[in-house]
Design a protein around this ligand. Structure first.
Ligand code: NAP
Length: 247
């Protein structure tokens, strides 16, 4: 299918894998969003263009609503039909119990994972309505939303719980317009997020614990997302899909 796929956090991990594999799934134009990792975003864009699709690089700190608005302004001129949103960018924070969850820390997590994701969805829906060709949204949650992640990062888990609720309500709201909204809940996936969150050995320590006996790959999450974003998943909305090896 042709159209515009917007991938937030496409400079690394799950977002990069989704953006890289999007052209194989028929997306002709792919927005490669990043925040600090310009080299990673350029690498993603290079792979997209080597497959004959068009990549658009945008930098925006999703904790800043004005930066999100700035990113969407030029997108309005790219009129290209159906729109997909992989609402993926997210952060985790170091392992901590409740005593160490300062308001600043919790606020930083929610600013990106919840407020940023909701604002990105709001802007994308506005674009979908303007272009009139419909679309699909995949919000990236986490199995943490149902596990709770006690003694690890309950604030992160709560931010993903918010994404689950947001997904259910937004799916109800947009179904009459033919816009499908789903969430993916990855389990332990081999990306840099663990090291960035101060826990580089996480997968070495517990990567074997899911029933499938290994951590997942970013490509495995991307595959599920691209399926949900495509018309192959035309009767699926309001679903929270675990990609977690059974965890
Ligand atoms: P990752 O490799 O660290 O990628 C995170 C992406 O989010 C990067 O592209 C990063 O951009 C972007 N990002 C972070 N803070 C941002 C900000 N303030 N503004 C804009 N973009 C920002 O992590 P990942 O594992 O692929 O994670 C992707 C999503 O999957 C996240 O929502 C995460 O919570 C979720 N998830 C991951 C796992 C896992 O085990 N890996 C499990 C469950 C859920 P820059 O690098 O350019 O700054």
């Amino acid at each position: 299918m042709s159209g515009l796929l917007i991938v937030t956090g496409a400079s690394s991990g799950i977002g990069a894998a989704t953006a890289r594999n999007a052209a194989f799934n028929g997306w002709s134009r792919i927005v490669v969003h990043y925040n600090s990792d310009q080299a990673g975003a350029e690498e993603t864009a290079g792979v997209i263009e080597s497959m004959g699709a068009q990549a658009y690089l945008f930098r925006a700190d999703l904790a800043k609503p004005k930066a999100i608005a700035q990113m969407f302004k030029p997108l309005r001129d790219l009129k290209s039909g159906r729109i997909g949103l992989m609402n993926n960018a997210g952060v985790v924070a170091p392992k901590a119990g409740i005593a160490d969850l300062t308001p600043e820390r919790v606020s930083d997590i929610f600013a990106v994972n919840v407020l940023g994701a909701i604002e990105v969805a709001r802007q994308s829906v506005s674009l979908m309505r303007e272009w009139g060709k419909g679309g699909a949204i995949v919000n990236v949650s986490s199995v943490a939303a149902r596990l709770g992640s006690g003694n690890l990062f309950v604030d992160y888990a709560a931010s993903k719980g918010a994404i689950d609720s947001f997904t259910l309500g937004l799916a109800d709201e947009l179904a009459p317009e033919g816009i499908r909204v789903n969430a993916i809940r990855p389990g332990l996936i081999d990306t840099d997020i663990h090291a960035k969150g101060g826990y580089p050995d996480r997968l070495a320590e517990i990567g074997h614990t899911p029933p499938l006996g290994r951590p997942g790959r970013a490509d495995e999450v991307a595959e599920t997302a691209l399926w949900l974003l495509s018309e192959r998943a035309s009767y699926i909305t309001r679903s929270l899909i675990d990609v977690s090896g059974g965890r």
